[in-house]
Design a protein. Structure first.
Length: 120
């Protein structure tokens, strides 16, 4: 799991949440997809993701999220010869953040994005 690019857009004190846009990357190995015909990584078409097993990852403190897409979803799928899949999505999420405002405006807030697997 990797978040190489994160942009915090807003932090709302009154609704106790924040919005961020990120490039959310996950990697896993699926030996069924391994190949040795060519020693190169393959960048796969966006539509292939619908035919792959993809982790059931979700944001535990999510209020609202969406995957960016202009004409198609902003997804990247790269397959390595050993069956490693690198899967990336551009996501905007609004997540809950319980804030302690007793020292406002001299306060500091620690907002986390809680990521879990739905079934494991």
């Amino acid at each position: 799991l990797c978040l190489p690019s994160v942009l915090m857009q807003t932090l709302f004190f009154y609704s106790q949440d924040y919005t961020l846009t990120m490039y959310f990357q996950q990697a896993w190995r699926d030996k069924r997809l391994s190949y040795n015909v060519i020693p190169l990584n393959l960048t796969l078409d966006n539509r292939v993701a619908d035919q792959l097993w993809v982790p059931d990852t979700y944001f535990l403190n999510d209020k609202k999220s969406f995957v960016h897409g202009v004409t198609v979803k902003n997804r990247m799928i790269r397959l390595h010869p050993d069956g490693t899949v690198l899967y990336g999505l551009r996501i905007t999420t609004t997540a809950a953040c319980m804030m302690d405002l007793r020292r406002y405006p001299l306060d500091e807030q620690n907002c986390t994005l809680e990521i879990e697997s739905c079934k494991y």
